[in-house]
Ligand binder design. Structure first.
Ligand code: UDP
Ligand code: MN
Length: 247
């Protein structure tokens, strides 16, 4: 069995986690949707909502992995994203990992067909828009494996394991040379510094997954601002979820 997984270590990403699970279901995924959760950092009400939204909650409070490397991104909150590594220790055939701040626009179950050919030493991911020779770690497809897990954990404990201090720098070092490149359409990252607007117009209908990278997430702002960054699409999905929940 394969699964779609995310990571949630505190309440500040809860709207993303709930909207993600809701959106995957609305788009008709056939796969279980699971969350690595620091269960000590969310309220009882949040836990209830997560239990309803996810097929499985994997508690990780007693085994969080944090980066030993200096924060080089100016994003100290990302040290805990090393906890993504715990997924390599789960017994699924394949895992499609999605950050809580992504918004699928289409069903992406077919990615598991592509993942079938991967070895456990490989990873499939889309190029990073800031540095396209490496992958962005918000959308990852891989085959969990206990040996790779222990190698990853050992690698992660090194004082220079991540060039950015977060999981993206770590995973790109570890899987260097073993990266299977997915199209950018599976992890499109609109930011204010993104220059190539005509490409958005040309390819928008083909986008499979939007990813709201950076410190300001859609749930931090109101629905109708930031039109270029497509926050309104996230709010449409969040509102669907919210209306259903409060009916
Ligand atoms: N995350 C979390 N709690 C935190 C920071 C990060 O749960 O305090 C998780 C969450 O799934 C988030 C992911 O780690 O989407 C990566 O962080 P973020 O998406 O903010 O990084 P960016 O995509 O902006 O580089
Ligand atoms: Mn993200």
């Amino acid at each position: 069995m394969s699964a779609i997984a995310t990571l949630l270590t505190n309440e500040s990403y809860l709207p993303g986690a709930l909207t993600l699970a809701h959106t995957l279901r609305s788009l008709g995924t056939q796969y279980p949707v699971v969350v690595l959760l620091d269960e000590t950092q969310v309220s009882d009400r949040s836990l209830q909502l997560l239990e309803a939204a996810y097929d499985r909650i994997i508690p990780i409070s007693d085994r969080l992995v944090t980066s030993p490397v200096d924060d080089r991104l100016g994003r100290p909150e990302l040290a805990v994203t090393f906890s993504k590594l715990l997924l390599w220790n789960e017994s699924y055939d394949q895992i499609l990992y999605l950050d809580t701040d992504v918004l699928p626009l289409a069903n992406v179950d077919h990615l598991f067909d592509e993942g079938a050919a991967l070895t456990p030493r490989q990873i499939a991911a889309s190029p990073d828009s800031g540095w396209p020779d490496i992958f962005n770690s918000g959308v990852l497809l891989f085959k969990p494996d206990p040996q790779v897990y222990s190698d990853l954990v050992e690698f992660a404990s090194g004082s220079d394991s991540s060039f950015d201090g977060a999981d993206q720098g770590l995973l790109n070092e570890f899987f260097a040379g073993n990266w299977h490149r997915l199209p950018f359409l599976y992890n499109v990252t609109p930011t204010e510094s993104y220059q190539y607007v005509p490409a958005f117009h040309r390819f928008f209908k083909d986008i499979k997954i939007l990813h709201y990278i950076g410190q300001i997430k859609p749930w931090h702002s109101s629905t109708n601002i930031d039109h270029f960054r497509f926050h309104h699409l996230w709010w449409d999905r969040f509102s669907e979820f919210f209306d259903k929940e409060t009916k």
